[in-house]
Design a protein around this ligand. Structure first.
Ligand SMILES: CSC[C@H]1O[C@H](OP(=O)(O)O)[C@H](O)[C@@H]1O
Length: 358
């Protein structure tokens, strides 16, 4: 049974509270958009794809029991609530892309005189629910494309060692994962000698979540400190680094969990291929480069405390950006569900594939 971060049935949504993992596995209800905004903002659910799915489903469960007088009222509800959900966390683009697509759908259905308000509501529900399965399918394709790319760099046919950062698995998506999906695929192909995961301070996505997934799936894995990456790449014959993404700009610059940039610099120094694994729903062709990506800054307490235990001196000033931007020049390839592309080819390769949001 693979790990499930999101449990959904029509009218009912629950999320696995990731602030309690790995010690406590507890599902909590999300009864509407207010709950959705809170669990995303507090990072009880996190991960770019999971944020978009939970956000859109939180609106689905809210409107499920409602009867709307007109399509105009329903359209206004959909637009207002989805744009509110986008404000929960600013860096990952998936919620914004999903909101734009579903608002576009609502606008089209409002104009379609053959569509009743009941049908319009059902089509929103169908579209939001469809995100769950399509995300898993995308991740399986990312896994296959990424494993192939990493193995193509090795002369021999032997299994490889890889490094990953943060959590990009079933706990960050609807299932299987993006970068961790690549790791899972390598294991399925019997080509994974070992995976190293960084602890990923201060939220510890690696130590608490990725390690949890790797132990659950019985993959050969070792947890390392964020500060060990240079020593690891120097001494452990790592064949590739694969990380996730929160927002990829049109030129391939990528915003991802804080610490990703320095891992990319170290990988460049050691000649280790560095891959970003991201579905098309994480790629923002509307921005030309990483300079345009808003980097979320989170509360000092996430850095000064572990749970209730203080680990930093009272009164010290903190800087706690949740993400950094890795320049395209440090990225070997961007692994998507439709192929692996060099950063300079990204825009031309995928612009025709992304759903147009008018
Ligand atoms: C497939 S998840 C992508 C991305 O999301 C994580 O950020 P957070 O845990 O703050 O939501 C991390 O940057 C992952 O690489």
């Amino acid at each position: 049974m693979s790990l499930q971060s999101i449990k959904y049935s029509p009218g009912k949504l629950e999320i696995l509270d990731q602030l309690l993992l790995p010690v406590i596995s507890k599902y909590i209800p999300v009864k509407g958009v207010e709950d959705g905004w809170k669990v995303i903002n507090k990072m009880q659910v996190r991960g770019a794809p999971a944020i978009a799915i939970v956000g859109c489903l939180s609106l689905a469960v809210e409107i499920f029991p409602e009867e709307f007088e007109t399509k105009k009222v329903l359209r206004q509800e959909i637009e207002g609530k989805l744009n509110y959900l986008v404000s929960a966390r600013p860096t990952a683009v998936n919620m914004k892309i999903a909101a734009d697509e579903l608002i576009n759908l609502a606008n089209e259905l409002t104009k379609d005189e053959s569509c009743t308000v009941q049908t319009m509501k059902q089509k929103y529900l169908d579209a939001a629910e469809g995100m769950l399965q399509s995300d898993i399918a995308d991740n399986k394709a990312i896994g296959a494309n990424g494993a192939n790319a990493i193995l193509s760099n090795t002369q021999k046919d032997s299994p490889v060692r890889v490094l990953t950062h943060c959590n990009t698995g079933s706990l960050a998506t609807a299932g299987y994962g993006t970068a961790l999906g690549v790791v899972r695929k390598l294991h399925e192909l019997k080509k994974l000698e070992h995976v190293y995961c960084t602890e990923t301070r201060p939220y510890n996505q690696g130590a608490r979540l990725t390690a949890f997934e790797l132990v659950h799936d019985k993959l050969p894995a070792t947890l390392v400190l964020d500060s060990m990456v240079a020593a690891l790449l120097r001494s452990k014959n790592v064949a590739g680094v694969v990380v996730g993404a929160d927002r990829v700009a049109a030129n391939g610059d990528t915003a991802n969990k804080i610490g990703t940039y320095q891992i990319a610099v170290v990988a460049k120094h050691h000649g280790v291929p560095f891959y970003v694994a991201a579905p098309l729903t994480s790629i923002d062709l509307k921005i030309p480069s990483g300079d345009h990506i808003i980097i979320e800054e989170r509360p000092d307490r996430e850095l000064t405390h572990v749970g209730e235990h203080r680990i930093a001196a009272p009164g010290i000033t903190c800087w706690n950006p949740a993400f950094d931007v890795t320049p395209a020049a440090l990225i070997t390839g961007i692994i998507t569900e439709v192929g692996v592309f060099s950063p300079e080819k990204l825009r031309e390769e995928i612009s025709s594939r992304q759903k147009e949001t008018k």
